[in-house]
Design a protein around this ligand. Sequence first.
Ligand SMILES: C[S@@+](CC[C@H](N)C(=O)[O-])C[C@H]1O[C@@H](n2cnc3c(N)ncnc32)[C@H](O)[C@@H]1O
Length: 201
Amino acid sequence: MNRFIVLGHRAYTTGDFKLDDICGGAGRLDILVRCVNSAFFLSHDLRKDSEIYLVLEGGTDAPKTVRFYGPDMKYLNPDERSTASLIRNALLKKLDGKNEIRSSPGVYISRRSFEDVMKDLSDKCRFIYLREDGEDVREYEFPEEPCYILGDDRDPTKEEERIMSEYPYDKINLGPVSYHANHCMTIVLNEMDRRVTRMEG
Ligand SMILES: C[S@@+](CC[C@H](N)C(=O)[O-])C[C@H]1O[C@@H](n2cnc3c(N)ncnc32)[C@H](O)[C@@H]1O
């Protein structure tokens, strides 16, 4: 499973935003929507082995985590508006404590924070912090179960880095410049695709 955790530092948690204004009124939700697209879409196909955790930390009801899970995924389309609508529908669900509930096939919501998500995943995968000053991806040996952590348009905060430091993690760099979060996901998936193809070939 290719897992991603994306930190939406200002992303709204109440669902009372307009789908025409996900860039402004929803706290840069547009970035997270593009990350969902990069996690799953191929040309005429879907990566069923991807999972993405969107940690929404903005608005008046934070934190919440929306999880998109490839094996169960239905009704995901490549356009940003319909993905934003899936997230908004999830945010409108009534939540009970930290329990996760299904909002639509493959889309789940909970009141989990970044710390909760890290804790829940810590025995399932190897964390990999994507950072401009990490080890070169081309030299990196990918683990069986990677979980990539990245910021939205802002890097993870000092507190988020402290939370990460409670678990073992690798730090990898994808190239000599700073990329958009969803572009980082495409690059890292491409690097993994190339290695698998090389091993199979
Ligand atoms: C748009 S960047 C955030 C701000 C960016 N660090 C800057 O100074 O403009 C979004 C995230 O993508 C990841 N990222 C961007 N470029 C990267 C690179 N060259 N290597 C690894 N990760 C990168 C980091 O996790 C970063 O938090």
